[in-house]
Design a protein around this ligand. Structure first.
Ligand SMILES: Cc1cc2nc3c(=O)[nH]c(=O)nc-3n(C[C@H](O)[C@H](O)[C@H](O)COP(=O)(O)OP(=O)(O)OC[C@H]3O[C@@H](n4cnc5c(N)ncnc54)[C@H](O)[C@@H]3O)c2cc1C
Length: 505
């Protein structure tokens, strides 16, 4: 990494999470002569840059990497998994920090625990790495190549389904769950192993994919690619309606630099990508609108009739014991929930008394709900107030509809059935996580088939209002997904990156 900012590049990328990294990777593969500069406001916290902090074996070093990702909250109290969270309590997951103001307008539900990560690799240095494909109405119907894009996204993220095959309880979990879930479902929609961005090293250790895996060796070896950490992009430069570069503030020196670019990609997460566009005077009607967070209902159950010999006491892979792995119940239009059943040390499920946890015998169940999308749910920005980084301050408008509340009730009923099929449920009722807990914010720079005023960007992710400017990340997803969105976000980034590559080649 160098601190000499280029005057000009072919492509400037804002944000180093999996979405921005997907652009760098595809461009390195398909337009190897193109010059690429990636700007990331947060510090480098892991080696190789962007790698998952869960791969850091030393606990103190891991905690330090998490803390340095927490922007203005670095050093403040957060919770790690398995954690305890109570209704009304605002605490963030390790490696993230909460929006400090503007998360709830009086009289609305808001997103009280809306969160961010500011570090090289973004949230994917801290994520759970579940990578299910979208199904039924989660899919983007106007993209004929969606399956091929998803397959390429799986390649970039290093998705596997066999990482936990050695976990002794995973088959038991799937078999029991299947009795409650599978009747009436098509084979492909039945209980199955969760696709995870995880692979196993030759020595047997699990390696969790972060943005480093998305970048891959081809990007790291690309002499025309440069990553600048602690570099805040304050605006996209626009001339004659077209994006022509970015203004960057070096957070170490405070100096500002204009970097001209033929193409600009803003991949700064679903709340900060619209912030950068707003700060640049690019303010189409749909910007920040149709904000979508997946409500999450969780429960825990103690597996019944387990032979203690099947529960190993020693972590098989250094940082994670392998007990029951991660199982998946796919979303369908008939049962519109995405289900994750996970061993507890990989799960955010809260327990009344964390001391009771006997790892391995307890699994956490989580149901993510598809949203009743509303145009008025939105992130707004203030021209007169600023956030910690000096960018326009955010205010979130967010209200659950009656349909959303009914969906949450239905999720609660379903999760009780599933918990009972697995064992003895812990606690008398499921828990609805505070809004914003999903960390799966979407829709704010949504993609549309045509420029009809209800979308921000084209099917190639190019902003209708500013040719040459591409937006990336979960904010681009226009559908009401319940599944974890990163794979889909990366798939859409692949499409945009190929478009840019074809114009540069
Ligand atoms: C604990 C946890 C568990 C999760 N589990 C899952 C899961 O199992 N499956 C799943 O699909 N998703 C999961 N997620 C969410 C997943 O990590 C995100 O969907 C994914 O990282 C989004 O990628 P992105 O590149 O769009 O954004 P991010 O990863 O958030 O990266 C955006 C980057 O842009 C930077 N940035 C912002 N503004 C600027 C600016 N103005 N200038 C320069 N840089 C800027 C940020 O600092 C950040 O590093 C989880 C997240 C967390 C924290």
């Amino acid at each position: 990494m160098t601190r000499e900012y280029p005057a000009e590049v072919d492509v400037a990328i804002v944000g180093s999470g999996p979405a921005g990294s997907a652009y760098a990777r595809i461009l390195s593969e398909q337009a190897p002569d193109a010059t690429i500069a990636m700007f990331e406001v947060g510090p480098t916290v892991s080696d190789p840059p962007g790698s998952h902090v869960k791969n850091i074996v030393d606990e103190a070093a891991r905690r330090d990497a998490q803390s340095r990702s927490e922007g203005p909250s670095a050093g403040a109290e957060t919770f790690s998994t398995p954690g305890v969270v109570k209704t009304g309590e605002r605490r963030g997951r390790a490696g993230t920090y909460l929006l400090s103001d503007g998360y709830q307008v009086e009289g609305e539900d808001g997103l009280p625990v809306a969160a961010f990560s500011s570090n090289v690799g973004g949230m994917a240095a801290h994520w759970t790495a579940a990578c299910p494909r979208p199904n039924d109405s989660e899919r983007i119907e106007f993209l004929p190549d969606l399956d091929e894009l998803l397959a390429d996204a799986e390649r970039l993220l290093g998705v596997t389904t066999n990482a936990f095959d050695g976990a002794r309880l995973s088959a038991v979990v799937r078999e029991r769950l299947a009795t409650a879930v599978d009747p009436g479902r098509a084979p492909e929609d039945r209980v199955q192993r969760m696709p995870l961005a995880v692979h196993r090293r030759d020595d047997g250790r699990l390696v969790w994919s972060g943005a480093d895996v998305v970048l891959g060796d081809v990007t790291r070896a690309n002499p025309h690619f440069e990553l600048f950490d602690e570099a805040l992009v304050t605006r996209v430069l626009v001339e004659g309606g077209r994006a022509v570069g970015v203004r960057v503030r070096d957070r170490r020196t405070g100096d500002e630099h204009d970097v001209r670019a033929r193409f600009v990609v803003v991949a700064a997460d679903a709340l900060r990508t619209p912030q950068v566009l707003w700060a640049s005077g690019i303010r189409p009607d749909a910007l920040g609108r149709t904000l979508n967070d997946q409500s999450q209902v969780v429960f825990a159950t103690r597996l019944r009739d387990i032979d203690p010999a099947d529960v190993p006491h020693v972590a098989a892979s250094g940082t994670l014991s392998e007990y029951s792995g991660v199982s998946w119940v796919p979303f369908t239009d008939e049962v519109p929930f995405h289900g994750q059943v996970m061993q507890l040390d990989a799960s955010p499920v809260p327990l009344a008394d964390a001391d009771e946890v006997v790892p391995g015998s307890i699994v956490g169940l989580g149901l993510f709900c598809a949203r009743d999308l509303q145009w008025d749910d939105r992130v707004e920005f203030d021209d007169t107030a600023t956030d910690y980084y000096g960018m326009p301050a955010m205010r979130l408008h967010y209200r659950l509809t009656d349909a959303d509340r009914a969906t949450i009730v239905r999720a609660g009923e379903l999760i009780r059935e599933w918990a009972a099929a697995l064992g003895e449920p812990i606690g008398d009722r499921p828990f609805t996580m505070p809004l914003g807990s999903s960390l799966h914010y979407q829709g704010t720079t949504r993609m549309g088939e045509t420029d009809d005023g209800r979308s921000v960007c084209s099917p190639d992710s190019e902003v209708w209002a500013a040719p040459g400017l591409f937006v990336a990340g979960n904010g681009v997803i226009p559908t009401a997904t319940a599944c974890n969105p990163t794979l889909t976000g990366v798939a859409l980034a692949v499409r945009g990156a190929r478009r840019i590559a074809s114009q540069l080649a």
